[in-house]
Design a protein around this ligand. Structure first.
Ligand code: NAD
Length: 425
């Protein structure tokens, strides 16, 4: 299983990028790929009907070479150690690409959250926190939301950490509600960061968003917010899907209305006023820009030939398989890679952490302006390397990150690691 699993894919991509990054020391490369620590925990909790269960959870601390471990917590029935290791590794790469002083980590519980009542969700979260609180902390490892976890769950985690450690500090997690120390702009940060990268890429190609036809797969946090931003900038959203159906309109979908509709937990398959198609149809629409914003493994060797877009903006993690990547590259499709495009969420998580540590509250405009600067710098570093070496943006993004991680490991051997007093604000 691990042979073909997500972690093996992570390692293969790192291996491929290591030559570009000039890393020839195999020991160093192994050190970069291998998680520093793996915590597997049992999570006892009691269902509302009194039934007692013992779940399995993880926290993988992949790399602290560039700063504290940073990464989300996922509640999903398919969570495995292999997946969490890969996700943790991707976080190390992501924080390095955007050059924030943090490392990579990830956590998860193997559970179907749909089966939990609110009380059960809270009890399980508190029990998981009881198991991991000794290995996380504001200067050690800072979790955040991921699939099926949200700001309310992060609030519970922060409160439980404070109760157990005796040190109440909101900086122990990010993605909290604004009332409990969350940052303004965090909810839209992933979409906005992706938007910033797309704008920069179009600009570099002498183009812009006006009149561009866009299809969006996945109309959740990332996809719906991206649709709103793209429409605001003059693009036309001609297709959007959730897991039940796609909606299409050649003249443009009513994006704000659809976002409000999804906020009510409604499904596209029940919307009769707009033409509906199969949920995967946005992938194949005749558009300029395709935004996969749902799940991993959506564009594969089996369907990459059917993608008509000239630009693929990977807001989802891992939507394109390596085989599909080759097909798209061969057809001249520009793929803006997940590792760069969806890093806006962790950048604003970093802003939240800095604000909490310094007891500051930044204005929304300040958050957005700082995010734009960081995303543009990352885009410039990645495209410069890609153009110099004639390689894909994905390989270049990995190589930029690997160089930074390798430098931090080498520096860390002779000088102490950066402390929070030298965090770049
Ligand atoms: P979400 O749960 O808010 O939304 C996911 C959307 O995708 C939902 O509308 C769901 O119905 C839809 N969907 C699921 N399966 C589908 C399918 N087969 N076809 C079409 N639509 C489908 O999740 P999100 O937070 O928006 O995350 C989406 C992706 O973006 C994930 O890959 C996630 O890892 C990635 N991502 C999100 C963030 C963030 O801050 N939200 C940050 C980085 C990466």
């Amino acid at each position: 299983m691990a042979e073909d699993g997500a972690y093996a894919l992570f390692c293969a991509t790192v291996d491929a990028a290591s030559a570009v990054a000039g890393i020839t020391d195999q020991w160093l490369l192994e050190r970069i790929k291998t998680p520093e620590r793996i915590h597997q925990v049992s999570i006892p909790f009691t269902r509302d009907d009194g039934h007692r269960e013992l779940l399995t959870g993880y926290r993988v601390q992949h790399s602290s070479a560039r700063g504290p471990y940073k990464g989300g917590i996922r509640y999903h029935p398919n969570v495995t150690l292999d997946e969490v290791k890969a996700l943790a590794g991707w976080m190390s790469i992501k924080t390095a690409v955007v050059n924030i002083p943090m490392g990579g980590g990830k956590g998860g519980i193997t559970v179907d959250p749909q089966s939990l009542s609110i009380r059960e969700l809270e009890a399980m979260t508190r029990s998981y926190t009881e198991r991991i609180w000794r290995c996380i902390g504001p200067l050690v490892d800072i979790p955040a939301p991921d699939v099926n976890t949200d700001s309310r769950i992060m609030d519970w985690l922060a409160v439980e950490y404070g109760r157990l450690s005796g040190v109440a500090d909101p900086a122990v997690v990010t993605g909290k509600t604004v009332e409990h120390g969350g940052s303004l702009g965090r909810d839209k940060a992933t979409a906005r960061g992706g938007f910033d990268v797309l704008e920069a890429a179009l600009h570099a190609a002498g183009d812009d968003l006006r009149g561009k036809r866009v299809a969006i797969q996945g109309f959740g946090n990332a996809g719906a917010n991206a649709a709103l931003l793209l429409q605001e900038a003059g693009a036309i959203i001609v297709a959007a899907s959730d897991s039940t159906a796609a909606l299409v309109s050649a003249t443009g979908l009513p994006v704000a209305d659809l976002a409000a509709y999804k906020d009510r937990n409604a499904h596209f398959c029940d919307l009769t006023e707009i033409e509906r198609k199969r949920a995967d149809s946005p992938l194949y629409e005749e558009v300029d820009i395709l935004v996969p914003a749902a799940l991993e493994g959506q564009i594969t060797a089996a369907n990459a030939e059917r993608v008509q877009a000239r630009w693929v903006v990977e807001l989802a993690n891992g939507p394109t398989t390596p085989e599909a990547d080759e097909v798209l590259a061969g057809r001249g499709v520009h793929v803006l890679p997940d590792i760069l495009v969806n890093a806006g969420g962790v950048v604003v998580s970093y802003f939240e952490w800095v604000q909490d540590l310094h007891s500051e509250r930044w204005l929304l405009e300040e958050v957005e302006a700082r995010l734009a600067v960081i995303m543009k710098r990352a885009f410039d570093a990645v495209t410069t390397l890609a153009n110099d070496r004639g390689i894909s943006l994905r390989l270049a993004a990995y190589a930029v990150a690997l160089q930074r991680i390798a430098d931090a490991i080498r520096e860390g051997e002779v000088t102490p690691r950066r402390s929070i007093s030298t965090v770049i604000l």
